[in-house]
Design a protein around this ligand. Structure first.
Ligand SMILES: Nc1nc2c(c(=O)[nH]1)N[C@H]1C(S)=C(S)[C@@H](COP(=O)(O)OP(=O)(O)OC[C@H]3O[C@@H](n4cnc5c(=O)[nH]c(N)nc54)[C@H](O)[C@@H]3O)O[C@H]1N2
Ligand SMILES: Nc1nc2c(c(=O)[nH]1)N[C@H]1C(S)=C(S)[C@@H](COP(=O)(O)OP(=O)(O)OC[C@H]3O[C@@H](n4cnc5c(=O)[nH]c(N)nc54)[C@H](O)[C@@H]3O)O[C@H]1N2
Ligand code: SF4
Ligand SMILES: [Mo]
Length: 663
């Protein structure tokens, strides 16, 4: 029996591998034996004909790929890097890479190639939460854990569909409910999560700042904020209080689409709950004001002092298995490594540690900026930007202009593969080992369960080969993931509050390590939390007469993003279709659409064909299409949050046409 962990979502469930069978690990603290359909299907996805098994290359994207050797492909990339100015080189990483993969890639790019153009798909996912946590709490630090729901009285889930996106956590929520936890869901759709809640607030997409500000307004007006906590631990209170004297309450409530009665019912519950956790994900982060939405939420916890104590706190639900680990390593272009920035002192410390003089003090390009920057070399690992970036027609145009696009992928069928020049075969989950940090700071270890396919390599090895070809053998001579993890552990000591060095690589498989458990205080220089006054500036794309619907996008339970691992003949779990569009029956009637009809959805930027699914679970004039439809981002707009540069995937204006099939 081998004990490993699931490589899909940020819950990070423990698994047990017995003679070709995967089951939940009963002894694992996170899931206590429970798993979802994705977890148990991990094994099947390793054995598919769609795996990428050999390195291959081509001179232009019009040609077919030809199989080549590792040596040939790595040398070609190394030569291109040597000839290219470093600001024209980009590394596009992923929250699904393991910590060791991330560490080697980040060390190579920032430490030795000398470019900070290292960013990750987490930019499209968690960037708003990162920026807000740093502003309000002082660091990208999640101050509450999943298990706290059992000590809490009220869980608010805002813009999060745990029933489909964090399945095992959702099961625990249901268990906690039986023990008395009340659950409020704030979502413009009546999701399965909403159906399980005590109260569902069907708010208008994009109005979360108004909603959280309405809570703050009540806290201030009814003086039920925590005066002692605020006085001792929180900055900017007077400023906030003054600003809130003049907020337009009626207008704010109107923008949320909630009635006075609905908000009052919520307020009664809120006011009378001793312990509160607010959890959120993409409904808040993916927004033109994603950071502000986060700050409005964080304000409520700072004002009530419901933070750093059991059963309380703002819990950002990380989506990918190692998005948090990647950020800790330094996978975002806006930080250097181990949560350190690009200030002189940090660069000095990291340069000394890596024994290099190449680190630049210039913040790198984000994933959402890279394609516009006329790069000459782009290395993409474990993610599919052609599929996932917004405004796909534009993304395709820009990608085509890059002279060398390298894709490291375990599967051959990504959308990006159509635009790459070199494809390198990675060893996927099960064929490699390494660590990941789940959504609540738990470091877990994926184990190797089967032999690595002959020509595939774990992602870290690919970056190490490249580093060696560039002449950096001295800094890159790791022989296994344990050595990398241990170097990373040493590095975390450069940052006072990180305590990963206490973890033991060898036992992580069965005993996960939770870092930061001693941190029960703000990580700002003055050890105080910061309140910020934010307002809904209505910056998202608006519905117009021509494009009267707002498109929401998101997940379904059994599919993982582009589906390279889940949309396979053997694993295709028919829980939900891959391609459908939720639409309100009244809107469908106006458009003469019936259940199952073919429909064309069109935005200013592009279009796609989908199938009507009539449901009263969505607000009128909004529609929802799951991201298992790989064409989804032909529709979406590329408006970004000004601070986090995260896209606004959930607010694109579209029109709908019925597709008439000729017989
Ligand atoms: N099955 C499955 N699970 C996954 C993934 C997957 O691909 N498949 N991906 C993982 C990843 S990377 C991530 S980031 C997470 C995402 O996890 P979630 O964010 O929980 O998943 P989404 O389906 O994107 O849900 C976002 C919710 O926000 C709502 N929403 C949209 N706009 C607004 C708004 O303006 N305000 C509010 N309050 N709500 C809004 C949507 O209706 C939707 O219900 O899931 C992770 N888990
Ligand atoms: N419209 C819209 N767009 C979105 C979102 C949305 O909600 N709406 N969500 C955004 C978010 S939150 C996210 S996280 C992104 C996700 O977007 P992506 O990261 O592009 O989605 P995935 O399909 O998970 O891509 C992972 C890739 O890694 C490959 N892979 C699998 N295993 C391995 C391995 O071991 N090594 C390597 N090198 N490759 C491997 C897979 O084959 C796949 O091509 O999408 C973003 N885009
Ligand atoms: S809940 Fe997440 S981590 Fe757990 S089995 Fe499902 S996909 Fe894997
Ligand atoms: Mo994500």
């Amino acid at each position: 029996m081998i004990r490993s962990v699931c490589g899909y979502c940020g819950v990070g469930c423990g698994l047990e591998y017995n003679e070709n069978e995967l089951i939940g690990d009963v002894a694992y603290p996170i899931n206590e034996g429970k798993v979802c359909s994705k977890g148990v299907s991990e094994l099947i996805s390793i054995q598919t004909p769609t795996r990428l098994l050999r390195p291959q290359m081509r001179s232009t994207i019009q040609e077919d790929y030809k199989v080549c050797s590792w040596e040939e492909s790595i040398n070609m990339i190394a030569t291109a890097i040597t000839k290219t100015p470093k600001e024209k080189i980009g590394f596009y990483l992923s929250g699904q890479m393991l910590t060791e993969d991330y560490y080697v890639a980040n060390k190579l790019a920032k430490g030795f190639v000398g470019t900070n153009n290292v960013d990750t798909n987490s930019r499209t996912c968690m960037a708003s939460a990162v920026v807000a946590y740093k502003k309000a709490l002082g660091a990208d630090f999640v101050p509450v854990r999943m298990e706290d729901i059992f000590k809490s009285d009220l869980l608010i889930l805002a813009g999060a569909n745990t029933a489909e996106a964090h399945v095992v956590f959702h099961n625990q929520i249901k268990k906690a409910k039986k023990e008395g936890l009340k659950v409020v869901v704030v979502d413009p759709r009546s999701t399965e999560t909403a159906q399980d809640a005590d109260l569902h607030l069907l708010i208008r997409a994009g109005s979360d700042i108004d909603f959280f500000n309405l809570i703050t307004k009540r806290l201030l007006d009814e003086a039920c904020y925590n005066k002692a906590f605020v006085a001792q631990h929180v900055n900017n209170f007077e400023l906030l209080q003054n600003k809130f004297k003049r907020v337009p309450v009626t207008k704010m409530l109107k923008r949320t689409g909630l009635s006075v009665e609905e908000f009052d019912a919520f307020w009664e519950l809120y006011k009378n709950s001793e312990n509160i956790i607010t959890a959120w994900t993409m409904g808040l982060n993916q927004s033109s004001q994603g950071v502000d939405k986060n700050l409005a939420l964080l304000n409520t916890h700072l004002l009530t002092g419901k933070i750093f104590k059991p059963g309380n706190g703002p819990l950002s639900l990380t989506g990918q298995p190692n998005a948090m680990g990647g950020r800790e390593v330094g996978g975002l272009s806006t930080m250097l490594a181990v949560h350190l920035g690009f200030d002189e002192e940090s660069i000095r410390k990291v340069s000394h540690f890596w024994k290099t003089k190449k680190i630049s003090n210039k913040i790198g390009l984000t994933a959402t900026e890279m394609l516009e920057a006329d790069l000459d070399v782009l290395i993409i690992c474990h993610t599919d930007p052609i599929y996932h970036l917004p405004n796909r027609n534009k993304v395709e145009r820009l990608m085509k202009k890059i002279p060398l696009v390298v894709e490291i992928n375990a599967y051959g069928e990504s959308e990006t593969s159509k635009f790459a020049h070199i494809q390198l075969p990675a060893a996927p989950w099960g064929e490699k080992e390494g660590t990941q940090t789940n959504m609540d700071r738990t470091i877990t270890k994926q184990q190797k369960l089967t032999r690595t396919s002959i020509d595939c390599k774990p992602d870290w090895e690919v970056f190490q080969l490249l580093a060696q070809a560039l002449g950096y053998e001295k800094a890159f001579h790791f022989s296994n993931t344990k050595e990398i993890f241990q170097e990373y552990q040493k590095m975390t000591k450069l940052n006072g509050y990180m305590d990963m060095d206490e973890a033991d690589y060898d036992t992580l498989g069965s005993v996960p390590f939770v870092w930061g458990e001693k941190i029960k205080y703000f990580l700002t220089p003055d050890k105080k939390g910061n309140l910020f006054f934010v307002e809904n500036k209505l910056l998202s794309e608006r519905a117009t007469l021509e494009h009267p619907f707002i498109l929401l996008t998101g997940r379904t339970r059994d599919q993982w993003h582009s589906g390279t691992k889940t949309n396979l003949p053997k694993t295709l779990l028919k829980y939900k279709e891959l391609n459908f569009c939720e639409i309100h029956p009244n809107d469908a009637k106006t458009l003469q659409l019936k259940q199952g009809d073919s429909m064309k959805v069109i935005s200013k930027r592009g279009e796609l064909i989908t199938t009507a699914h009539l449901t009263e679970g969505i607000k009128e004039k909004s529609i929802f299409i799951p991201i298992s439809n790989r064409d989804i981002n032909y529709l979406t707009n590329d408006i970004l949050d000004k601070e986090s540069l995260q896209p606004d995937y959930n607010h694109s204006a579209v029109k709908i046409e019925k597709v008439i099939h000729e017989n």
